[in-house]
Each structure stands twice: as structure tokens, then as C-alpha cells.
Design a protein around this ligand. Sequence first.
Ligand code: SAM
Length: 282
Amino acid sequence: MSGPIDTEQPETELSSAGPDTVDAAVEGAWAYERLHVNALFRQWVEPVLDAAGVTIGSHVLDVACGTGVVAREAQRRVGPDVSVTGLDIGGGMLAVAESIEPEVTWIEGDAGRLPFDDDRFDAVVCQFGLMFFPDRIGAIREMLRCARPGGRVVVAVWEALERSEAYPISVDLLERRAGTAAADALRAPFVLGDTDELHDLCTQAGASDVSIDTHHGTARFPSVRTMLEADLRGWLPVMGVFLDDDLIDSILYEADNALRAYVNKSGEMTFGAPAHIITARA
Ligand SMILES: C[S@@+](CC[C@H](N)C(=O)[O-])C[C@H]1O[C@@H](n2cnc3c(N)ncnc32)[C@H](O)[C@@H]1O
């Protein structure tokens, strides 16, 4: 399990798979892994696992694991004698996760009804999933139930849209060119930016010792085009929104101009992407 992990998609090329394509969910998950994970999500793995106190031998559950960026690093930390568990509602996400890291135990399931006994894990983590759960208090309660007494539950959520960079411009662009459903799919990750609301959610779920740390974070995409493609071909399909190729091309063309303030001399796009890391005790 040591050494670099090859996350190249086997055989299939990135395409604009539509909802009628049998493996659209897997295509979308590969796009998410290739376009989003390095640019946005990987930077949070270490702080989340540090906050959760994950170390050799820890029993770890990663809720809403996606393609598994947190769970596979947790697996490296805990060592070969323990298998980390990753749970997600998306079969496509799990298929990609499994093909990248078979040592982790991947389980399809709902964060609202975790299929585990009480007190089973030393640490339960959930990186950028809570905003998508219909019953957020119920999901936190479930994470607390599955953590052993005194164990840690760590949840990462993005700051509010207006305190993030670049994404407010992308949301406006999508609202104008692709409609409210597409724009809402891009707004969805940012709806839990209010720390008072986060405290309330945790305490209503029965958490104690709740602390919230806000981290600056930086998104780094190779270009504006990659950033927008990550959303249009990677994220929107995960949220059930599929745009056709002509529309995607014309949005990409407009985005080059709308987002050029975030492009440096080498063409790379970087911008602030702050997030909260919430730590609670079971
Ligand atoms: C932004 S992704 C984050 C994935 C991963 N944690 C990461 O950091 O890359 C959000 C994930 O939440 C999952 N999800 C949404 N609703 C869920 C639910 N009710 N139960 C479990 N997973 C869910 C989605 O399938 C998706 O994989």
C-alpha cells in the first residue's frame, strides 16, 4: 500500500455521458477523481485525519467517501492490520474508489442510516458530504453513535459561497447560461458556511466538545477550462445535472474571460477556497 497510487482511468476517455448511458455514474466519478480531487479535496485530508487523531491501528469510518481520497490516506496511516471503511451512497464513486484502493472496505449506504454497530470506530470522518444529506442532524447523530465513547467525529464543510473566490462568478455564469438547476448544483456545496448553524447541528445531534476551525485553503486548477470542466463534466453529473457538449463549450468560452482575474502568468488558476473543520466527541 505504499508508493504513489495510479488514479488513471482505465480504457475509457472522459466523455459527456448522459443519464441514459449505463455507466454514466462511473464516468462522472472518474471525472470527479481526475478533475476535482487534486485541485480541491486532497489538501484537506491531512488536517481532517489529524483532527480525528487517526494513527496506526485506528478503526476509521469515512462517511460520504466519494472516490476515497480520505479513506485511502487513512489506510496508509492505520497500517496493514486494520481495514478502513469507506461508505457512500453513490455506486459510481465506490466503483472508482475500489479500483484505486482495494484494501479499504467500501460499502454502499446512506449516511442517515449507517449499517454499523454502536461504538465500532475510533474515528468517524466526513469530508464535504454533510451539506448533501437530507437529515443533517440525523447523520451527525449516526456518526456519533458509530464512534466509541470519547472517539472523534470530524466533519469538513466549505465556507459560505460569498466568502469563497471564483465560485460566485461560476454560479452566476451557470444561472445565466444553463439555468437554476445547474447553478443550484454548484451552490449546494457552500450552504453550511455559518458556524453558529454548525454548532447548533452538532449540539442538537448530541455532540460534546464541539470545536470549529476555519482554514484558508487554496484551489489550484491547471486552467480556467479545467476548473469549469471539473464542475460541468465532473460535479454536475454527480448532482444529476447533465449539460450537452455545445452548451458546455459555449460556457467554457465565456468562462475564460469571466474568471481571468484568478489566472497567473503560467495559465494556472488559483483562488481561495476556505473551509471549516468541525471536531466533536462521541
Ligand atoms: C463532494 S463529494 C465528497 C467526497 C469525498 N469525501 C471527498 O472528499 O472527495 C460528496 C459525496 O457525498 C456523497 N453523498 C451524498 N449524499 C449521501 C448520503 N446520503 N449518504 C452517503 N453519501 C452521500 C456523494 O455520493 C459524494 O460522493
